[in-house]
Design a binder for this molecule. Structure first.
Ligand SMILES: Cc1cc2nc3c(=O)[nH]c(=O)nc-3n(C[C@H](O)[C@H](O)[C@H](O)COP(=O)(O)OP(=O)(O)OC[C@H]3O[C@@H](n4cnc5c(N)ncnc54)[C@H](O)[C@@H]3O)c2cc1C
Length: 360
């Protein structure tokens, strides 16, 4: 068996997926890790999704699936960070969700026993027009704090960083910090650009645009509202109070497109709905003119038809790639679990397990 400590690993991507995967590799005992990326924390580029996320922890995974396991693992890690590492920018808040239709109320969700203070609201607690609602405590994460935090943690643990824009995934094998030979394994964490990177070009990965408004106005905790029949398709409503002065995020939308423009009509609807869900955002009697806008933004979720890809691929020449991309709208909340699953695949690839799938 090859020595885990000396195996040269290259992680392609420095979004939440790549950074978290590198940290889990380090925890597993790997010592020779290099992160190679076109964009790093601090950069702002539309094709780099992680800085544009909202972010809250609100599972969409079904009971009994691998995705449930990813979310459970991530919950435990966020819980520890929220309590022990304020510099990570993770805050536990109450989240109130309002539904404008009757559907979904009876759905059994696995996380009702995980999230503290999970309960359905009484009729007397529901605003006019709301059919049912629930509340729980959950995480709000500010990417502007969390991504640099992850990078600094990587640096302090001896993980190397290199800037490079790859045309083909094979180029990564020669980019680790030793020049003694090709990397043992490359981990592909390229997010939405997995659709374009040579040697990957995954047609199942599509950009799902989300639009946000960041404001200076404050509210206590997080709010969500969904299910309105008269809202245009793909539109929803959420309000998240980012920790440590990060502002309040208003969302949201989901549309499959690479169109990078901010839709100001949509922005107005987002702001209007945010005030309906959380009137305390503005002074009594004020409308959206009472919101103090920091900026409007869009980001592209790396949605993969069929779900995220976490698997080993072996290229001719014994080149092993572990893929970890396609987390869509849940890349933060599943990050630690997906990283653990990917690192298990790395272990298998290095130990020559029969689970390696050979693709030419
Ligand atoms: C509006 C919005 C709201 C969201 N809200 C939430 C939320 O509340 N909760 C949640 O969990 N998730 C949320 N998400 C989803 C989350 O942001 C994504 O799932 C996550 O950021 C994906 O991270 P990633 O690291 O896989 O990809 P990215 O952040 O895009 O990182 C990809 C990395 O790969 C590198 N790369 C790509 N191609 C190449 C190449 N050819 N050469 C070198 N490097 C390359 C890039 O430079 C970058 O470093 C939201 C997303 C949006 C847009």
């Amino acid at each position: 068996m090859q020595d885990l400590k000396s195996s040269a690993i290259v992680v392609v991507g420095a979004g939440v997926t790549g950074l978290t995967t590198a940290l889990v590799l380090r925890r597993e005992g790997y010592e020779n890790i290099t992160i190679v990326a076109k964009h790093m924390p601090g950069d702002r580029a539309l094709e780099y999704t992680s800085p544009w996320a909202a972010v809250n922890y609100a599972p969409v995974s079904e009971k009994g699936t691998a995705a449930e396991e990813w979310d459970r693992i991530s919950w435990a890690e966020f819980w520890r960070l929220a309590h022990e590492s304020p510099e990570a920018g993770i805050h536990i808040q109450k989240k109130i969700s309002y539904c404008l239709t009757d559907s979904g109320k009876d759905k059994e969700v696995w996380f009702k026993d995980l999230m503290p203070n999970y309960r359905f609201l009484d009729g007397s607690e529901l605003p006019q027009g709301v059919k049912w609602g629930k509340e729980c405590d959950t995480f709000c994460i500010d990417p502007a704090i969390y991504l640099p935090y992850l990078k600094i943690r990587c640096i302090s643990q001896g993980i190397q960083f290199k800037r490079a824009s790859l045309s083909h995934i094979k180029e990564a094998f020669s980019l680790h910090r030793d020049s003694s030979g090709p990397a043992t394994v490359v981990i592909n964490c390229t997010g939405v650009l997995a659709s374009k990177l040579g040697g990957v070009e995954d047609d199942n990965v599509v950009p799902v645009k989300g639009q946000l408004v960041l404001v200076r106005n404050e509210c206590s905790g997080m709010f969500g509202m969904w299910g309105a029949k008269d809202w245009p398709a793909g539109e929803s409503c959420y309000v998240m109070n980012r920790p440590f002065g990060g502002g309040t995020v208003l969302g949201g939308s989901s549309h499959q497109t690479w169109d990078p423009t901010v839709d100001m009509d949509l922005a107005k609807r987002i702001m209007q709905r945010a005030i309906e869900a959380c009137p305390q955002l503005v002074k009594p009697g004020e409308g959206i003119e009472g919101l103090d806008v920091i900026h409007h933004s869009v980001g592209f979720r790396p949605v993969r038809k069929g779900g995220p890809r976490i698997e080993v691929e072996e290229l001719p020449g014994n080149l092993k790639i572990v893929h970890n991309y396609g987390a869509g709208g849940f890349g933060y909340q599943s990050s630690w679990g997906m990283a653990s699953a990917a690192v298990q695949k790395v272990n298998m690839a290095i130990r020559g397990s029969s689970e390696v799938c050979t693709l030419l």
